[in-house]
Write a protein that binds this ligand. Structure first.
Ligand code: ATP
Length: 450
């Protein structure tokens, strides 16, 4: 994978995220848990906004997709049927010299721990073991007795909860094929080489949708969802130049898949273009396997044509954390500001994703300015997340909000107290409008609903 032409901003994002409360290392006071992260006050809003945008586009705005929230723990037979027990493995190699542990199929992207200029196996005396298959599922026990009969797994993907509920959802909603089921939830994978901040973690959230179609109509729907999903990423403000499709061909294409494309985002630096979402035509593999393993018929009855069949499935599967990282990388800028010596760091987040939509400042703590600013903040709060700040110079306050991507800053000054107007400063254009405080709601709503 050639290095990207986009700058590597990962280290800067890790530090900004900690400093400003987006993302912290899990259990940091105990030295941290490997590749597990906690979302702080601003991070939880950002990721929630992203999930809300997905839910709105995939469920609320459509009458052919239903929502679901299935449990993480499922009957162990699920994972036999899905093929995860036999096949959800990665080839693992150890280096006897540097003690590194690598994925045998990703050595290209890995670095020797002793000689980071070399790939594993390239340095002299480097001795890699033969690859051994390593199952990525976390295993645990249900009930008080640790015996094999009670083994359960933390789900490594959310999709299986959808397949096993196919007839429950179809029957209860009276949906007709073609229709889809969508859910957002946690997934767990004991990744061999997690890393790159929240790009690859062991606990993460997926947003998955399975669309059930009549066999023969599958490629039409596949093309439809491929285009829809790319448009969704662009609607979040991800730059079209940083997005591309990657088609799975040859051995990369799973044996049951009839077609598969990834949507890749350019994360910059050495990471470059990487998958953020997969769109797969899975045929009737999943429903067929669950029908076989459960002994329950999962066919759909097409009443008008009086025929029964196992629908084919078009799956769209996107990581909430990985896309949050894409949104942060895409938004991060270091800019010079005309007429000012000090530059600024700004997150040019799409307004729908920004954790704080507007900040309200009292220019000084005198002449009733804080009172008026508090009143404005309270009036806006039921509608948007709003921050109130009265400390430090106005320039410093702008910088603090720029750094976390707040689209608008509202300042109450001496004039405000006299005539009821305020200034509204735009994060991206830096332009300031003076408007009546009474018109603020309309002004912000119009600009935030883009
Ligand atoms: P990779 O090849 O990167 O391991 P994958 O092909 O196994 O990914 P899928 O099983 O298709 O990924 O999962 C769908 C989406 O879930 C991915 O596009 C990604 O956004 C997200 N995802 C998968 N594994 C992880 C992980 N370990 N950490 C964070 N997000 C993940």
């Amino acid at each position: 994978m050639p290095a990207s032409t986009q700058p590597d901003v990962m280290d800067k994002l890790v530090s900004l995220s900690k400093r400003r409360g987006f993302i912290f290392q899990s259990s940091e006071i105990y030295g941290g848990t490997g590749s597990v992260w906690d979302y702080g006050p601003l991070g939880v809003e950002l990721k929630k906004n992203l999930k809300d945008q997905w839910w709105k586009a995939m469920v609320r705005m459509r009458d052919d997709v239903e929502g679901l929230d299935a449990a993480i723990l499922m009957h162990p037979r699920t994972w036999e049927a899905s093929g995860h027990i036999a096949g959800f493995t990665d080839p693992l190699v150890d280096c006897k010299t540097c003690k590194g542990r690598f994925r045998a199929d990703k050595l290209e992207d890995a670095r020797c721990l002793q000689k980071p200029s070399k790939r594993p196996g390239e340095a002299e005396q480097c001795q890699l073991t033969e690859p051994r298959m390593f199952n990525l599922m976390f295993k645990t026990f249900m009930g008080p007795v640790e015996e094999s009969a009670s083994t359960v797994y933390l789900r490594p993907e959310t999709a299986q909860g959808i397949f096993v509920n196919f007839l429950n959802v179809q029957g209860s909603t009276r949906q007709k094929v073609p229709f889809g089921i969508a859910q957002i939830g946690k997934a767990f994978r004991n990744e061999i080489t997690p890393g790159n901040f929240i790009f690859r973690t062991r606990e993460f959230e997926q947003m998955e949708m399975q669309f059930f179609v009549e066999p023969g109509q599958d490629m039409v729907w596949f093309e439809y969802w491929k285009a829809e999903r790319m448009a969704w990423h662009q609607s979040l403000g991800l730059s079209p130049q940083r997005l591309r499709y990657h088609e799975h061909t040859g051995p990369e294409l799973a044996h049951y898949a009839r077609a598969a494309f990834d949507i890749e985002f350019d994360f910059g630096g050495t990471l470059g273009f990487q998958e953020i979402e997969g769109i797969h035509n899975r045929g009737d593999f999943d429903l067929g396997r669950h029908q076989e393993f459960s002994g329950k018929k999962l066919e759909y009855f097409d009443q008008p044509n009086n025929k029964r069949y196992l629908p084919y499935v078009i799956e769209t599967s996107v990581g909430a954390d990985r896309t949050t990282l894409a949104a942060l990388v895409n938004a991060y800028r270091e800019e010079t500001v005309e007429g000012e010596d000090e530059g600024r760091t700004v997150l040019r987040l799409h307004p729908s994703l920004a954790p704080i939509k507007a900040a309200v400042f009292a220019l000084t703590k005198k002449e009733g300015m804080p009172d008026m600013a508090h009143r404005i903040a309270s009036a806006l709060r039921p509608h948007f997340p709003v921050d109130y700040d009265e400390t430090g110079s106005i320039g410093k306050r702008y910088r603090r909000q720029d750094e976390v991507g707040t689209p608008f800053c509202i300042t109450v000054d001496t004039e405000s107290v006299k005539d009821g107007t305020v200034t509204v400063r735009d994060r991206d254009t830096l332009k300031q409008d003076r408007i009546s405080a009474d018109a603020l709601m309309g002004y912000l709503t119009e600009r935030l609903s883009g």
